[in-house]
Design a protein around this ligand. Structure first.
Ligand code: HEM
Length: 263
């Protein structure tokens, strides 16, 4: 940093602090804006860390990736706690400005979908919410059509000699991952012989930390949504709480969950 740069210059605080533009005079609207913006900033950091972890894993450096993955789950914990701040906004407070949101919704968060795609939750139906020639759409397509974090891990397992069928990581571009007994058996082998496969066992636990934390975030989101809008429809057009509850079944690393029953 050059000597005459200030704290505000370095962090671009005039720009950052000009980005909160509530549309009404309602007291709670600023909190609503800041909650969304901070979560988007944390998603940006998570995407950055997951990309770095994928780079390490692709190069066969599993241990350095633990650091990035551990950081991601700590960020996710902060994001989950943030719902408690938002929940101080009552239904009456929110109704004072909800109408101005029109059809906008977190459902349209491009970064959230990029993150889902990068982890392994591929679902191309979400592309349609982003204009074809937009920068967001390009980022989404890149994440959708590139190997996910889970694909990269499965490729490493195959390289290490485990019996992972090619079909597990070689799918049509953007196709959703299908869990298989073959992959489940490989994880069973790792978890039954932890001393022998310590590195992979640790990596698997880091992955499940991420899936667990994402589900915890989703769970707290749906609870907060019910607390604030009850069973009303969402501004994004879904049935609201009912839709969000269905997302609680999404698992980025399905065999790491199912394998536990068979251990
Ligand atoms: C008063 C606060 C909030 C309410 C009432 C609310 C409500 C909803 C509802 C009803 C949906 C389903 C889509 C729809 O029909 O709109 C949704 C989706 C979503 N919201 Fe929120 N939300 C709130 C705050 C937030 C915040 C602070 C974030 C952070 C970025 C966020 C991120 C998301 C995301 C990522 C989805 C898509 C989830 C998925 O499809 O898996 N929401 N929200």
């Amino acid at each position: 940093m050059s000597q005459d740069i200030t704290y505000g210059d370095y962090l671009r605080l005039p720009d950052l602090l000009a980005c909160q533009q509530p549309q009404t005079g309602e007291h709670d609207e600023l909190l609503f804006v800041i909650l969304h913006q901070t979560m988007e900033l944390w998603m940006k950091q998570i995407i950055h860390e997951v990309a770095a972890a994928q780079g390490e894993i692709r190069s066969g450096n599993l241990v350095p990736a633990y650091k990035q993955l551990a950081r991601v789950s700590r960020i996710q914990a902060v994001m989950t706690q943030a719902w408690d701040v938002l929940a101080t906004m009552t239904p009456a407070d929110y109704l004072n400005f909800r109408a101005l949101l029109g059809t906008s919704s977190g459902f349209q968060s491009a970064q959230f979908r990029v993150l889902e795609y990068k982890l392994g939750l591929k679902d191309e139906t979400f592309l349609r919410y982003h204009a074809e020639d937009s920068a967001d759409r390009a980022k989404l397509e890149d994440a959708l059509f590139s190997p996910s974090l889970y694909d990269d891990v499965l490729i490493q397992l195959a390289k290490a000699g485990f019996d992972i069928p090619e079909s597990a990581y070689e799918r049509a571009p953007g196709a959703p991952y299908q869990s298989s007994e073959a992959v489940e058996n490989v994880w069973l082998e790792v978890y039954r012989n932890t001393q022998q496969h310590w590195g992979l066992y640790q990596l698997a636990e880091k992955l499940i930390d991420l899936d667990d934390a994402l589900l915890t975030w989703r769970h707290k989101h749906v609870l907060t949504v019910e607390r604030i809008i009850g069973r009303k429809r969402g501004t994004g057009g879904t049935e609201g709480v009912g839709y969000l509850q269905q997302t609680l079944t999404r698992r980025a690393f399905p065999e790491l969950w199912s394998m536990r029953t068979k251990l």
